[in-house]
Design a protein around this ligand. Structure first.
Ligand code: SAH
Length: 509
């Protein structure tokens, strides 16, 4: 790390993860400090390094939880401490995002900074709702406006009537939901035909996107009936006409469906991504958390003898991370691993190993400890092999027993403990309790087990939708049966794709 700090003002895009730029992703994964706010997808925060300091300065309409001056002071302070700071903002930092103010403060204080643009909400709202923003012959200009005006704060007033007089123009209004009726009235007073098509797109590009279209005269009423609110973009103009013909996103198979997934921090990205690609709204319930908790003696003994082992086995990406942190403290050279062969379950775990340019030589198709043991035995190398099994406090005894039965000499290396997350004030859990979901997916026995253990904290409120339960395979189903959890669908083979397929089939039946 250089000793000169720098601040990156980075646009996080409108929500959908695929719309984050490469540059943004790269900077997030290198940051020492990440400062982010309300409209940023939670998944982005996971791209940070384990030791990155993450600061939420959430701004939700109405609450400015951290005042702007404090945010700026925070950026300045960390940069002066020599940190690489990423200031992540929804959409684009220079479009209604106060990025300009932050940049000016940094410039004034002599702090190095860069600005990384993002896909601004209006662009996403158009693309994801079948509303092109310009159109030959009808719409030759495009205006981005803010509808957030607070007369008591002497903010700049938008002259809505002047915009109502513009011809052949598309208006894209940010932060206008609080004054929708007023704005539409002013546009008409300025000369706009009340029959002009208009639409509202809420949560654009996310699974929870909702949209309503009508005309300038009836939009406010339709929005009220549909109960749409911020964050949303209001579109006014001919471009809205015919949106239903090209509204691809709202026709995806899982659009409008709420799906709960239940694993731990590092294993969910792939499942989430697959579901979001199909248009679903994904609720990721954080049921268990993992903390580093190293059994010192075992670690020291094993590291001292590392050259004598044949295999090292991981069952979680966290295990890999914790192992390397301590390994690299003891040995500055990766070659101290010698000829140690790597085995793991789960693609996220494999990716974590591959980050060190190490090949994973054994990984079963099914992500369970027992199938990993089977796969290792199938390599034919277990007889008298010395094997390290990196574990948490959940026991891996069935895997260890299988390996020992195949004449391996197994040493367990406990590096972390797994504990229940407190769900009482958790926003995702709140959302689940209030509204429920269409389905809940269990991709492992342990996920079903932790859900069961957390179920007192996850009681649905009245009127909430009761989710269908889905299982990835017989072992998970058995755990669910044991706890009387309904199994409404089961994957035909043990893969995430098959699990999703079973759900789509069941939901669209
Ligand atoms: N810098 C952001 C805008 C921040 S102002 C950008 O470039 O997009 C906050 C407003 O942006 C919200 O009130 C809403 O009008 C709009 N917005 C942000 N994300 C949105 C989304 N996913 N869907 C619809 N509108 C969104």
């Amino acid at each position: 790390m250089s000793d000169k700090g720098i601040v990156y003002l980075v646009g996080a895009g409108p929500g959908d993860l695929g719309l984050v730029t490469f540059r943004a992703k790269e900077l997030i994964s290198q940051a020492d400090v990440l400062v982010y706010d309300y409209l940023v997808h939670p998944e982005l925060v996971k791209w940070t390094r384990v030791d990155c300091e993450v600061v939420y300065v959430g701004k939700k309409a109405g609450f400015h939880s951290v005042p702007q001056e404090e945010i700026e002071a925070l950026l300045v302070k960390h940069a002066k401490d020599g940190k690489r700071v990423v200031r992540l903002k929804g959409g684009d930092p220079f479009v209604f995002g106060r990025g300009g103010e932050e940049a000016r403060t940094l410039a004034k204080d002599g702090i190095a900074f860069e600005v990384v643009p993002g896909v601004t909400a209006a662009l996403a709202a158009g693309a994801y709702s079948g509303i092109p923003l310009t159109q030959r012959n009808t719409s030759s200009s495009l205006v981005f406006l803010t509808g957030h005006e607070d007369p008591t704060k002497h903010e700049l007033q938008v002259d809505w009537r002047a915009y109502g007089a513009l011809k052949n123009t598309t208006l894209a209004i940010y932060m206008g939901m609080g004054h929708l009726k007023f704005i539409m009235g002013e546009l008409v007073a300025g000369g706009l035909s009340p029959e002009t098509p208009a639409a509202v797109v809420q949560w654009a590009s996310l699974g929870r996107q909702r949209s309503v279209a009508g005309t300038v005269s009836d939009l406010a009423e339709r929005v009220e009936t549909a109960a749409l609110a911020a964050p949303a973009i209001i579109f006014v103009g001919e471009v809205v006409r015919g949106h239903e013909q090209i509204d691809w996103f709202e026709h995806l198979p899982l659009f409008g469906r709420r799906v709960v997934i239940t694993r731990t921090r590092d294993q969910n990205s792939e499942l989430r991504e697959k579901l979001e690609t199909l248009g679903a709204e994904v609720l990721e319930l954080p049921l268990i958390s993992i903390t580093k908790d190293v059994a010192r003696e075992s670690l020291v003994e094993i590291l001292a003898e590392l050259g004598n082992y044949d295999w090292i086995v991981f069952t979680s990406a966290n295990g890999v991370r914790f192992f390397f942190e301590d390994f690299l403290k003891g040995f500055p050279d990766i070659r101290a691993l010698g000829m140690l062969r790597f085995a793991c379950v789960g693609s996220a775990t494999a990716r974590e190993i591959q980050r060190h340019n190490i090949r994973v030589e054994c990984m079963p198709d099914t992500a369970t400890g027992e199938s990993l043991a089977d796969a290792l035995i199938a390599t034919g190398s277990m007889d008298s092999a010395k094997v390290i099994v990196v574990t948490g406090n959940l026991n891996r005894d069935s895997m260890v027993k299988k390996l020992e039965a195949a004449s391996a000499i197994v040493d367990k290396l406990p590096l972390y403990t797994t504990s229940k997350v407190d769900l009482t004030n958790n926003p995702v859990a709140d959302d689940f309790r209030q509204k429920g979901a269409d389905a809940i997916l269990f991709a492992s026995s342990s996920a079903a087990q932790s859900f069961y253990e957390q179920s007192p904290a996850l009681q649905l409120e009245r009127g909430a939708k009761k989710p269908l339960g889905g299982s990835i395979g017989p072992q998970t189903t058995a755990t669910m049966d044991e706890h009387d959890m309904p199994v409404d669908f089961e994957a035909k083979k043990p893969s995430l794709d098959a699990l999703i397929e079973a759900m789509v089939e069941r939901l669209t039946r």
